[in-house]
Design a protein around this ligand. Structure first.
Ligand code: FPP
Length: 228
């Protein structure tokens, strides 16, 4: 792999857990659990090849309208990840960031997430960024309201400072599994020049080999950022 052609920041829309479970006549929570395991492996692989930021779309603002039972399953996965798995990530010199409005989540999950950010080691070479109760439109509206409250006139740089992603470079590549070809309110401002990669593979089946395929395709693309 050409080290100069590795994306600095990858966004990952982890779609297809429900269908993966359905094919196995299992509940959706079974699919999300398998999705979490796939996410852990992809984060390890991303770090290994030199990616610096991986933003995973774990819960959109719209997903919060799903049935209580499914949401409880997802919150259970956060509890599991942030108590059992996160230490391994820290030990490898990686850290956690969270983007989105977590104030509506159960109090213990909010605490796990903010502790997860606080306990991240200094000077991390890799960040796993959880988008939770995240929606790009809500993010932009929030940023605009912050500016209005401050009485500030915005330019692009000032707006970027008010987004959840302040300080994080824009994603070079956004990967979506599960066959749909849309961004579903994910990083809409930041995706202005992102390369998009769509695959039919359902997220729990999206392994290191599939991830490497996306990286290779990215490496072969010509990025002009609007220039000729
Ligand atoms: C969309 O697939 C996926 C989600 C709403 C959740 C994604 C969450 C994970 C992969 C687990 C993440 C890890 C932690 C630590 C919580 P879907 O279920 O809507 O799929 P479908 O389109 O097949 O129904």
């Amino acid at each position: 792999m050409d080290a100069n052609r590795i994306p600095v920041h990858i966004g990952l829309i982890m779609d297809g857990n429900g269908r993966w479970a359905k094919k196995r006549l299992m509940p959706r929570s079974f699919g999300h659990n398998a999705g979490m395991n796939a996410m852990i492996k992809i984060a390890e692989r991303a770090k290994e090849i030199g990616v610096k930021y991986l933003t995973v779309y774990t819960l959109s603002t719209e997903n919060l309208l799903r049935p209580e039972e499914e949401l409880e399953g997802l919150f259970g996965l956060f509890r599991k990840y942030f108590t059992k798995n996160v230490q391994k990530l820290y030990n490898s010199g990686a850290g956690i960031k969270v983007i989105g409005d977590i104030s509506v989540l159960p109090a213990d999950v909010q605490k796990l997430l903010s502790d997860g950010e606080k306990n991240s080691p200094e000077g991390c070479g890799f960040w796993l960024i959880f988008a939770i109760n995240y929606g790009a439109r809500a993010e932009i509206v929030r940023a605009l309201n912050l500016a209005i409250e401050k009485g500030e006139k915005l330019d692009a740089k000032a707006l970027e400072e008010m987004l959840y992603t302040r300080g994080i470079p824009d994603p070079d590549l956004i990967i979506r599994t599960g066959g749909e070809m849309r961004l579903s309110n994910f990083l809409l401002y930041q995706a202005a020049y992102s390369e998009l990669y769509f695959t039919n593979v359902l997220f729990p089946d999206f392994d290191e080999k599939e991830f490497d395929k996306a990286i290779k395709e990215f490496a072969g693309r010509e990025r002009r950022f609007g220039k000729i």
